[in-house]
Design a protein. Sequence first.
Length: 150
Amino acid sequence: MKNKKAQKAQKKSGKFYPFPSGKEKVIFFATPETDGFEYIHNTITRSKAKKKLLPRDYMERSVVNMDWRLLGERKEATVKLGKISRCFASGSYVCLRSLKAEKLIADDVNYVIIKGKGKLKKALAIEANEFKPAAVRMIVLTGGRPILLK
């Protein structure tokens, strides 16, 4: 949490979403010591993420799986990481409800796909039904955590 004044302002305006309590899995943000790479980027683009070498099994180790069931008809939406980065404070927990609150997706959407387009400038815990590989790399390299809903 780097900018405490900015976070307080975002909390007052309602744009800071803390990690929800009551979840079964504890999600830690990436650090160089825990995830085994030398530097966590402050800002990363898709082209920078492609150049960064990571172990082959990194996607399986870095993505946290959570149980989730889709009830009824599937209505999906894709969200770009650049838009998420602009709308949320560093350290926020981004989920379906918070994306709807920020008007990034429609109210009737129940399946979210995250694409790795744009610049990701913050460490975020992002919960979605599907992640593109570039998006996973960008989230992890900025110090965040992708949470895959199964």
